[in-house]
Design a protein around this ligand. Structure first.
Ligand code: HEM
Length: 500
């Protein structure tokens, strides 16, 4: 009797954890075999997501079915089908939202990236003003200040060994410090001290159990235990810093008081509060104080690691490709050589080869590996006969697209020339997506490009980058359990140039 009961329980459990697992097979859509309870995404905790996506893209083709636990989802890697999902009216009306974020936390639930539907539209349109190019230009002094700190650090690290060859530098640490400075100055108007760095490190450390719980447990369970995917203590710390900065800024604005510490230029707080002041004349469309605070915390958490990874891969690629590095050095030094210092930043930001180097780096090593959209109504996928059901998630395998020889000949080679204006017409729409596409694309794209260009130009003009005995090729990655690239240590050599 006991055995029979156990067998019945096992059968019920098996049924409950595998129900729906024939959904795609019944519709003739290929895909990886799901595990009971965990579905098909579980392997991302053990194998880097980019490897999984590439293997599956090769094995199952451009469209295949997956399972989030027992819930069916679809991966779409065909550019013709990606376009309507990410751009145009369908993107706005049907695919506006991403995966629902499992939180009711007062700050996280107000993140632009977590918002849905009308509230998202409202906050997106108000925050977009802070990211317009003229506004971003007012942040150049902040970025230049952080770049000076980075160069001072490099100078100290290389000065003792200037005559004895390149100095091995850990790029994660170098650019982590730079982007932390930029984003801390831009979002919180503060220079990171020890406590700030410790709290930031706690914010960005995702232990396995945290990612795993977020992956398997439904929202009501997480909410009952007060669980949030971002840890609460650092969230509270950054919330407090933002709230203090907003209050101080408010006082300065209303009393005409001079800032306690002179600022280099405008920052996100200024820009978001400008929107606030503009709107103060009576409409209810302004950003609230809590909303500003939430976006500052969000910009910090999403802007730090992605930008620091971009700079890391760029420097690595240039060290391994001396011809490209020389061409970049020649272009930058020629352009800057003829201009007064006040115009350097403008010339750097407009440099076509620097842009091509960054674009090609983001093709080879896109920090955000996969994007998702959730259907708000049934949607027929082109002429495939596949219906994306209301509520279903569609994933876009960006790494696999960027590394497909169909879209990028010789895809593993670093070739910035593909992105020069005269060659860009060879590229098919919706095959190059490091910042996403359409209404829900990365709002920080221009900010991040500007910050990266300024730092990279400073480095290339003053240092020659070379591989050293510690430089690994190809780069090694660890699984992150999230759609974010997880580089192991990356080191290259820095040697001061004599010419500039
Ligand atoms: C190299 C650096 C960066 C990369 C590669 C990157 C990439 C991305 C990608 C792929 C998305 C999703 C787009 C989509 O779903 O179509 C995204 C969204 C977003 N990014 Fe970035 N990002 C970077 C830097 C930044 C920075 C510096 C900020 C802020 C200062 C930022 C703020 C955001 C926000 C707020 C969203 C959500 C937008 C929305 O839901 O409306 N990102 N980013």
């Amino acid at each position: 009797m006991l055995y029979l009961s156990l067998a019945c329980i096992a059968l019920v459990l098996y049924w409950a954890t595998t129900r729906n697992h024939r959904y795609w097979a019944d519709r003739g859509v290929p895909g990886p075999t799901p595990w009971p309870l965990f579905g098909t995404h579980f392997s991302q905790f053990f194998v880097p997501m980019q490897e999984l996506d590439t293997q599956r893209f090769e094995k199952f083709g451009k469209i295949y079915g997956v399972y989030d636990g027992t819930t069916p989802g679809l991966i779409v890697g065909d550019p013709e089908l990606i376009k309507p999902i990410m751009c145009g009216t369908t993107a706005l009306n049907v695919f506006t939202n991403r995966r629902a974020v499992k939180t009711t936390h007062p700050v996280m639930s107000k993140f632009l990236s977590s918002l849905e539907g009308r509230p998202w539209r409202r906050v997106r349109s108000l925050t977009t003003k802070a990211f317009a190019v003229p506004q971003l230009k007012s942040m150049i002094p902040t970025m230049q200040h952080a770049a000076e700190l980075m160069l001072a650090h490099l100078n100290a690290a290389t000065s003792n060994a200037s005559m004895s060859g390149p100095v091995n530098i850990d790029l994660k640490r170098l650019f982590g410090t730079y982007t932390m400075d930029v984003i801390a100055l831009s979002a919180f108007a503060t220079t990171p001290d020890i406590e700030f760095i410790q709290q930031a490190s706690a914010l960005f450390t995702f232990p396995f159990w945290r990612k795993f719980l977020d992956y398997v447990a439904p929202m009501w369970v997480l909410d009952s235990f007060g669980f949030t995917v971002l840890p609460k203590e650092p969230m509270a710390f950054f919330r407090q810093i933002s709230a203090d900065a907003i209050n101080t800024r408010e006082q300065e604005r209303h009393t005409g008081m001079q800032p306690a510490r002179p600022r280099q230029g405008k920052d996100f707080l200024d820009l978001l509060m400008d929107v606030w002041d503009d709107m103060e004349s009576g409409t209810n469309h302004k950003l609230t104080k809590e909303e500003i605070l939430a976006q500052c915390v969000l910009f910090f958490s999403v802007g730090y690691e992605t930008s620091s990874q971009l700079l890391m891969y760029c420097s690595y690629c240039l060290a391994l490709n001396p011809d490209c590095q020389q061409r970049l050095y020649d272009e930058l030094s020629t352009c800057i050589g003829t201009l007064p210092e006040t115009e350097h930043a403008d010339c750097i930001v407009k440099s076509p080869y620097l842009k091509a180097v960054i674009d090609e780096t983001l093709r080879l090593y896109n920090p955000v590996l996969r994007m998702e959209r959730r259907a708000s109504e049934d949607f027929e996928l082109g002429t495939t006969g596949i219906i994306v059901r209301k509520g279903m998630l569609v994933g876009i395998p960006v790494w696999a697209l960027h590394h497909s020889c169909e879209h990028f000949p010789d895809p593993e080679r670093f070739m910035p020339n593909r992105f020069l204006p005269e060659n860009k017409h060879h590229m098919q729409d919706s095959t190059y997506l490091p910042f996403g596409q359409g209404p829900r694309n990365c709002i920080g794209k221009q900010f991040s490009l500007m910050e990266s260009k300024l730092a990279l130009a400073e480095i290339i003009l003053k240092y020659q980058l070379t591989p050293t005995a510690s430089t690994t090729a190809p780069l090694q990655f660890v699984p992150t359990g999230r759609p974010l690239l997880g580089p192991r240590e990356v080191c290259i050599g820095f040697q001061k140039r004599n010419l500039y």
